[in-house]
Design a protein around this ligand. Sequence first.
Ligand code: N01
Length: 536
Amino acid sequence: MTTRTDYDAIVIGAGFSGLALLHHLREIGMSTLVVDGANGIGGTWWINNYPGVRTDSEFSYYSFSFSKEVREEWTWTQRYPNGEEVLAYLNFVADRLDLRKDIKLNTRIERAVYDEVDNVWRVTSTDGETLSAKYLVSGMGVLSQPVWPNIPGIETFRGEKYHAARWPRQGVDLRGKRVGLIGLGASGIQILPTIAPEVGELVVFQRQPNYIVETTNEAVTPEQMQYVRDHYDEIYERAAAHPFGVDMVPAPHGAQEVDEEERRRIFESKWNEGGFHFANETFNDLATDHASSELASEFIRSKIREIVKDPATAELLSPRDYSFNGKRIPTGHGYYAAFNRDNVTLVDAKTTPISEITPEGVKIGDTVYELDVIIFATGFDAMTGTLTFIDIVGRDGLTLREKWATEGLRSNLGISVNGFPNFFMSLGPQTPYSNLIVPIQLGAQWLQNALKWAQENDIERLEATPESEQWWAEEVVRAGNATVMASEGMKAKAWFMGANIPGKPLEFQVYMGGGQVYQEFCRQAAESGYASFLAG
Ligand code: N01
């Protein structure tokens, strides 16, 4: 007998994942509730409203393809849409697909417990309400749990301090102030050139430089938008077939297969095209061959020297300890040029690290940099952080946190975990390193098919088998070790290795084998009658 529940499915998170899941689960007749702790829909785009936030992917492949209405009626205005525009898009999707009535905002989940006797999930929010559902799905995002650095004295600072991923919605007046910026990943790299013109003084504390692929951000013309509408299926198919989920044509050659002059020409032309075109359309081995990755590194160092006027600053901005692809590559909008401004100072926080934050500012060696505001763009406990922050309690009272702490990261395709029946993850750990819109949409479609199949075949529990977890863990390691990300990611302390969080086990948090390969594994799992999900 099936136990009555409040909903068939509860989805945590109202971002891209939550919206796609709600739509697809509704399509198979499931009563579905999406809950989110925020006061608005948007997920990562709601919480990351720091100055300068925008996509690193181009508009044409940074949207859902599954709804003809949305495709036809939505108009993007910027090649790299800013946060406000992406939020407007997500609100448009919610309205157009009539999703809002099944989304409960201001509802933060702190505990979800699997009841084995009744085969239901009981989900409790911080205000004490408990709801039940047969299926629990995480749409909590991969980079949602911000980390503050463990710098002594941080609480003593007398001025204002903000984390990029907890930026006040009403904004912050930085005009004329002395601002310190700690953290130069994709977040800090967008913040810096945006605030530099308005602040009095900007002191940038750099521990490890990044390789930034600069771009320009043109307005989308009506003709370009119409072209995208007319070709959306092709665009989406190309993105889904690309290892990193972008609509780009993979290069035919490795970087060492052409002579130096030709290499420079190709690098130069794709640098001018901007952003991810440099990483994906120059040569096909920048992520797999160290020497090729180093050639790309040297090209970017030469660009830094070209753009940044002060040679000492240019050298400090040039990564030397790891090569291209060692960290997630950020798209820059005038990042390097911002260091030519008189009010921007780059401080080396690697040779002598920040020792302390004092009431007045940031201390390095004997120098205290006096500041009014400190911005921390210090990143996230990626992939697992949100899932282990709350209590997700599976069979026999085991939490996901305990399972992964004792066994290492384990899942079948990043979708399902043994010991946690009928619990699924959109963008779980061990899913592809990619433009995430592609795995989000394909993941929602995969889950729709899986749950429809379970309903039709009276399957009460879907749950990764232990064998599938072992297989997938081995494949994640195999694929990761075939890339330069393995060694370079460790040197660069990349979040995709868990290396940015002191004490976190060092292992691949994502699947580096390519989005298209991953999707093939998902297809095979479905075609096999979901055999690797039938532990229950
Ligand atoms: O975080 P990060 P992020 N002292 O982890 C520094 C996605 N994203 O929020 O390199 C000094 O990349 C740390 O220094 P180091 C995207 O996937 C996407 O920027 O460890 N510095 C590093 O510079 C991205 O990869 C978009 O030496 C300290 C920085 O903090 C991911 O989110 C936009 C420090 C953290 O960089 C994370 O990006 C934004 C300390 N004690 C984010 N502790 C778009 O697509 C840490 N740091 C647009």
